[in-house]
Design a protein around this ligand. Structure first.
Ligand code: Z5A
Length: 217
């Protein structure tokens, strides 16, 4: 039986470079012989991608914060059952563009949802599943916004205010204080080449720890 795989998440505000850097990290791990599944939230399964579309489509009615929260966790429940847990159990690594830290940052930080409510849903939906490592790409809000907005039309969440995204950024930074061990923070405001030096250091650290933990079995 193969050892359980590692669960790694990439987080950060809008336009910090998650998609770009997820590809870079995937390549680095694959080049080192790791079997890896990349995915994203909301999404990752057919049902999850349908929920993503519901969540991000611009609507002419307000979306209640609890409705948004429950849709996110509904997508997450499917994601875990259908993709994340089977892959980890099979010894594969899972690299996800966002996971529950995003809920603490956007729904608690951004929308003001009580953390205790998210903790309850986290326990219900995830059981004991938590990421092994989380890479937070952190950049000033205006830097990320400028990058993201150059891409064209804004979805429902992207249409939020600067103040909202500032609270999201603080929400992420607060998360790293509460569960410090699994986080690595990279300054994503730097040129891409420097961000990717940080990613390489992170990737090599994870690979070295993994190799050591296998040797100790
Ligand atoms: N959401 C939520 O509210 N609660 C939750 O629990 C979850 C999600 C899971 C969808 O996420 C939305 O769902 C998101 C949060 C919410 N809403 N918002 N806003 P998403 O991850 O799919 O969407 P996103 O945040 O809008 O991601 P993004 O805008 O696609 O950004 P990104 O992936 O971080 O950036 P990128 O596409 O890799 O890079 C953007 C551009 O910048 C691109 O042209 C790059 O070439 C360029 N770039 C990247 N890095 C650099 C550097 N270092 N220098 C210069 N240029 C760079």
């Amino acid at each position: 039986m193969s050892a359980r795989g590692l669960f790694i998440t990439m987080e950060g505000g809008e336009g910090v470079g998650k998609s770009t850097n997820l590809d870079f990290l995937e390549r680095l791990f694959k080049d080192n012989g790791v079997e890896i599944v990349t995915t994203r939230e909301p999404g990752g399964t057919r049902l999850g991608e349908d929920i993503r579309e519901l969540l991000l489509r611009v609507r002419d009615e307000p979306v209640h914060a609890v409705t948004e929260l429950l849709l996110l966790f509904a997508a997450r429940a499917q994601h875990i059952a259908e993709l994340i847990e089977p892959a980890l159990a099979d010894g594969k690594w899972v690299l996800s563009d966002r996971f529950t830290d995003a809920t603490y940052a956007y729904q608690c930080g951004g929308r003001g949802v009580d953390r205790a409510v998210v903790e309850q849903l986290e326990n219900l939906v995830q059981g004991t599943l938590r990421p092994d490592y989380t890479l937070l790409l952190d950049a000033p809000v205006d830097v990320g916004m400028t990058r993201a907005r150059n891409r064209g039309e804004l979805d429902r969440i992207e249409q939020e205010t600067m103040a909202f995204f500032e609270r999201v950024r603080q929400g992420y930074l607060q998360q790293t204080q509460t569960q410090g061990d699994r986080y690595r923070i990279i300054d994503a405001g730097q040129p891409l080449v420097d961000v990717q030096k940080g990613l390489t250091a992170f990737g090599n650290e994870v690979l070295a720890r993994w190799t050591q933990s296998r040797a100790e079995l």
